[in-house]
Design a protein around this ligand. Structure first.
Ligand code: FES
Length: 145
């Protein structure tokens, strides 16, 4: 029996909302896959597209950006900027041959622990269906070394 693929999922979580929602999910002992590696950020507006691409180049199988709902960003327009950047990220992923489905941006408030747990469960299952992300360019270079 082959072991089930357990993806590495990097999540950039806004500390004001989604990170707190994740914390609440933990405190409430909600069940969800343990594949998320959360990175707490002050606002989704500070997540540069290069950070997402770097996560993939360092071996992530999927990347999430989770922030405050529209109109609730503590820095007013951070999540609006993040949404605009998400479109750029999707284009970059396509251009580099990475399925755009490996990346998502979502809004989760500090009270939405169950939404957080459902999202992580769904996203993890989707990445498991896609399989591991293999950077064929890095593998080709490594073979030459
Ligand atoms: S403060 Fe949460 S997305 Fe800006």
């Amino acid at each position: 029996m082959t072991p089930r693929f357990e993806p590495v999922i990097i999540g950039f979580l806004c500390g004001w909302c989604s990170y707190t929602g994740a914390d609440l999910a933990g405190v409430a002992r909600m069940q969800y896959p343990p594949n998320l590696r959360p990175i707490r950020v002050m606002c989704t507006g500070m997540v540069h597209p290069d950070l997402v691409m770097e996560a993939f180049s360092q071996g992530a199988d999927g990347v999430l950006i989770l922030g405050c709902h529209p109109g609730e960003c503590h820095y007013l327009e951070g999540n609006t900027k993040a949404l605009a950047r998400a479109k750029v990220i999707s284009l970059e992923l396509e251009a580099t041959g990475i399925y755009p489905e490996r990346f998502e941006i979502q809004w989760i408030s500090s009270a939405e622990a169950s939404v957080f747990a459902e999202l992580i469960t769904r996203f993890t299952r989707n990445i498991q269906k896609l399989g591991p992300y293999r950077n064929i360019y890095i593998e080709a270079v490594q073979k030459c070394l």
